[in-house]
Write a protein that binds this ligand. Sequence first.
Ligand code: HPA
Ligand code: ZN
Length: 338
Amino acid sequence: MDPHHSLIALSEAMPKTELHLHIEGTFEPEQMFAIAQRNQVPLQYESMDALKAAYQFTNLQDFLDLYYQGMSVLLHEVDFYDLTMAYLTKVHSENVVHVEIFFDPQAHLSRGVPFDVQIKGIYNALQDAKKKWGMSSKLIMSFLRHLSEDSAFGTLEQATPFLSWIDGVGLDSSELGHPPEKFLRVFEVCKNLGLKVTAHAGEEGPPEYVWQAIEQIGVDRIDHGNRALEDELLIKTLQERQLTLTVCPLSNLKLCVVHDMKDHPITHMLQLGLNATVNSDDPAYFGGYMNDNYASLIRHTGIQKTELQQLAENGINGSWMSKQEKTKHLTALFALFL
Ligand code: HPA
Ligand code: ZN
């Protein structure tokens, strides 16, 4: 009998939210090869096994290089729909009740795929998941930080006809050398448009980048935030402002942000009173979806039942759902722990 069985079963049963998920990072090799064939686009890898064997990363950039290559077969609205629906179907089976997903429009615009093609496919899948299962969602347009702020402004312009479908903006891609302050003006415009704001910070980048995201950009939450733990004043500030951290355990392991899951800092974050949450980032590349992330924490970190509840609770509270929706999910979560 697996000694972790009952905690894993509990984590699977919890109503969960996903707050840090790149839709292009859910592209499973099987689906990638099928869509490549459908679109008559060549892939650099001969077989799915050869592709999977390449998923050995030593840092964020190693991963990003494959991530941008993989998504290059997405051309048509139906491709974006199928990708998104495959992900939603998967996590619906894992009791994920609400998702807030990133997409990277610039990574597709640069290949000649129009903005409307991308967003219509993704948005229609989100709407269908709502109709089919009552799964709620938010859509976050993410700016690529290795590109210029002008490019981000150009993307925002293309998004203008679809702003009612977009709930927030984010900042992703290569972190080192591309601090949040590079995007100060574009985020200011986004905030004035009523969009929520989040940014990847402190995944590989220093605590200074987390400070910039908080103090200069005024983010609503921080994606990753691991390196905030190196700065005591920053920890205190995150506590005081009750800012949510969208932590991604299997991603951290695969990208060598942590070297062993037993050393993952998420329980320490909770002990410090930080609002850490569990998320899967790019599950097709990092070896697991939401429940795999919980299972790995349970198997390797000695995480306790009360901490599992706290993580799920933080996920609901840190989402951009209405108070009423949060209460509904919190009630269901608490009932499981009575
Ligand atoms: N970090 C930065 N950029 C990304 C990531 C990530 O984990 N996934 C997709 N784009
Ligand atoms: Zn991410």
